[in-house]
Design a protein around this ligand. Structure first.
Ligand SMILES: [Zn+2]
Length: 423
């Protein structure tokens, strides 16, 4: 019986086993095999019993998205697109002039925010912890919008009603999306950053403790606190990264449970002092003078959001996975089970003697292929193989000297749609 369904795919394990060459002097033929043709051509398809549930690792587990050293084989840096809106009142005397913001201050802010991310130090808490400090594999890029090439992704708005950010008092507007609704540009695929003046009344008030403040709303950020002649970008970079962390799904870390075991609850002290502040957290998602440490769990959750097709935040990321890198295949030399969603722009090449088991979702770039060499072993274990760029990918190829002809196909967009399994 021939079946073609996702449920069928999940319930069966397909093994593709390269056939050993009969003649070593015959030149190698690289054949392209449509998966429906495998029974006729070169591979053995076996229906194996379902794996016990406990042997399957969840596609949602953050561990599958953290940039651990063992994941470096396929892990790629992701770039977050940004643009900036500088909000002025008609006096225009509370932010640096737009030219300076555009050409100097904002580029420095981005550089410093990048550096702070990449510097990711060891956590201060809990005392004596051995939490790894992983490379974050994230960076920022200011992005131009169509028809706005002269603005360098940095826009000036003069608005006496919406220029300010206030998180206290009668005129508090920190949760308001009004300024975003009015001025955001391409916020479906660019993270819009609103740099706002502080409210003049709050500056005049002696009781108002002026400090940098920010808030993440949807795919935008509002930050304020620029009421000074020469604002230091490095003082804002920490807050900026904190707000971007919120955008990508990270809650505050000091709370009883933020979803991560490696971010201990803490008194959220800003700087060292008398008990309970002898040792202060340095985590990005706590409030403290440092805000640099990002734990494996936090990075895993951040990258999990990036690879979640249903998340609007994924669209803020440059589509690296749509640009095929033909000369840089991922070489599989040892047995591996990939769990977790991935977006790849390279071929995958399974070498002889190695087994690659795939689960969850993998987007393959146009023209890229999954190549199984002779003696290599590929197991499709409930995986969805597709192209998330509106193209076809190159499909699965089995290298086999015994095949005299190449079986051609036009590419596969989704294994779900194309596989036929005998059972
Ligand atoms: Zn926060």
């Amino acid at each position: 019986m021939i079946r073609s369904s996702h449920a069928c795919l999940q319930s069966l394990i397909i093994t593709l086993i390269g056939i050993i060459a009969l003649s070593s002097c015959k030149p190698k033929t690289e054949s392209t095999v449509h998966i429906t043709d495998l029974t006729q051509v070169t591979a053995v398809i076996e229906a194996l019993p379902d794996l016990p549930y406990e042997d399957r690792i969840s596609c949602d587990a953050w561990e599958n998205y953290a940039p651990y050293p063992e994941n470096q084989l396929w892990f790629e840096e992701e770039t977050i697109r940004l643009n900036f809106h500088c909000m002025y009142d008609s006096k225009g005397d509370k932010l640096l002039p737009i030219k300076k913001m555009r050409s100097f201050w904002i580029p420095e802010l981005i550089i410093n925010a990048d550096l702070r991310l990449w510097n990711n130090p060891q956590m201060n808490l809990p005392i004596g912890n051995t939490t790894p400090a992983l490379p974050p594999m994230l960076r920022y890029r200011r992005t131009l919008s169509e028809g706005r090439y002269d603005d360098h992704g940095t826009y000036e708005h003069i608005d006496d009603d919406l220029f300010y950010f206030l998180n206290k008092g009668k005129e508090k507007n920190n949760y308001s999306k009004e300024v975003i609704n009015k001025y955001a540009i391409d916020d479906d695929h660019i993270l819009n950053v609103f740099i706002m003046e502080v409210h003049p009344d709050s500056v005049a008030s002696k009781t108002y403790n002026q400090h940098n403040a920010g808030i993440a709303l949807g795919t935008s950020i509002k930050i304020s606190g620029f009421y000074e002649e020469d604002p230091k970008w490095w003082e804002y970079a920490a807050m900026f990264n904190h707000e971007v962390g919120h955008i990508f799904g990270l809650p505050h870390a000091w709370t009883k449970y933020d979803g991560c075991d490696d971010t201990p609850p803490n008194p959220n002290c800003f700087s060292p002092g008398p008990p309970p502040c002898e040792v202060v957290s340095n985590n990005l998602m706590d409030y403290n003078y440092d805000q640099r440490a990002i734990t494996p769990c936090q990075l895993g959750r951040w990258h999990r959001t990036i690879h979640d097709l249903k998340s609007k935040k994924r669209k803020l990321i440059e589509e690296r996975w749509c640009h095929y890198k033909p000369n840089d295949p991922i070489i599989i030399n040892e047995d591996m089970h990939w769990v977790g969603n991935k977006d790849l722009n390279r071929d995958i090449r399974v070498k002889s003697g190695a087994t690659l088991r795939l689960s969850c979702r993998i987007s393959m770039a146009a023209h890229s292929s999954l190549i199984v060499e002779e003696g290599g072993h590929l197991i499709l274990d409930g995986v969805r193989l597709h192209n998330d760029c509106g193209d076809l990918w190159g499909g699965i190829k089995v290298i086999d000297q015994s095949i005299g002809k190449a079986i051609s196909h036009r590419g596969i967009n989704s294994i779900e749609d194309t596989v036929d399994i005998q059972s």
